[in-house]
Design a binder for this molecule. Structure first.
Ligand SMILES: [Zn+2]
Length: 285
């Protein structure tokens, strides 16, 4: 006879899919459920309800939900702007999830969720996680906790710098992620995406963050990093060479995200369970 098991559901909403994973504390297991296509962002609620229902049919009670969102959040963790999910800006996402699941979710940006998995895997370290997904965002794990900043605004690397003259969705001119994705846009050049120029841009930008934060580990994630275009190898090599030119013997581990495409979903589940928490947490979730 098997009793009901309490599980934490982690969700990671991207531009095309909702990725889902489950953390089961009693067995300390993390299980990938899959990727569910999401057209209009509002489908998020219906699909979440279906996942919770399907878990219930397997005698798994959802006792917590973590949701990673692509975009900049306000200090109530609602989406402030999101180039790829603008239909969810102004929507009370937490109430929507609670309505279909009976569980009040923890919501954070997708990079912080990815950082939560690294914090869990390597709890005695300082880790800068940079996610190249629908945009470019970063998370910082310090000794097993996530630092999100006093305005929940840590890690908006994508919306920094003065690279070129394009206006970003955030209304600034010259944002790093706009320049990066312009270089990678197949339509922007007759030769197709320029991975070499993109790697040079990324390694120059990350060099500055490494100088400022000096983490033990740099973790790169997102579709651009997992695909077989040599991007991860080129960025690693350029950064290693810049770091050793800066100071001989400079130590920085560079790796791909532990959970690859499901890092954000697994990390969201861990955050919702409280097994990974926040540094200096003063904000209501
Ligand atoms: Zn911007």
């Amino acid at each position: 006879m098997s009793g009901l098991e309490g599980v934490y559901l982690g969700l990671d909403l991207g531009g095309t899919f909702l990725k889902a994973a489950v953390y089961e504390p009693s067995a300390d297991t993390r299980t990938v459920l899959g990727a569910y296509p999401i057209g209009d962002g509002l489908e998020l609620f219906e699909v979440t309800g279906q996942i919770v229902q399907s878990l219930a049919e397997q005698n798994k009670t959802t006792i917590g939900i973590g949701l990673g969102l692509p975009g900049v959040l306000d200090n109530r963790h609602n989406l402030r702007f999101s180039p790829h999910r603008s239909e969810l800006v102004g929507v009370d996402i937490k109430a929507g999830i609670a309505g279909v699941s009976g569980v009040w979710p923890l919501v954070d940006n997708d990079a912080n969720c990815s950082a939560a998995l690294e914090a869990y895997e390597d709890p005695n370290s300082s880790i800068l996680v940079v996610n190249f997904g629908t945009g470019v965002g970063a998370g910082l794990a310090i000794n097993g906790s996530i630092y999100k900043g006093s305005n929940t605004s840590f890690g908006e690397i994508g919306h920094t710098g003065r690279h070129g003259g394009e206006i970003c969705a955030c209304k600034r001119v010259g944002c790093f992620e706009v320049e990066l994705y312009t270089l990678l846009d197949p339509a922007s050049s007759p030769d197709g995406p320029d991975f070499e120029a993109a790697s040079e841009l990324v390694s120059e930008v990350l060099f500055d963050y490494i100088r400022v934060l000096d983490p033990e580990s740099l973790v790169l994630g997102g579709g651009l990093v997992y695909s077989t275009n040599g991007f991860f190898q080129m960025v690693s090599r350029l950064l290693e060479s810049a770091n050793s030119a800066y100071r001989s013997g400079f130590k920085l581990r560079i790796s791909k995200a532990t959970g690859l495409e499901y890092s954000g979903a697994v990390g969201a589940a861990l955050l919702s369970s409280g097994v990974v928490g926040y540094v200096c947490d003063t904000i209501d979730h």
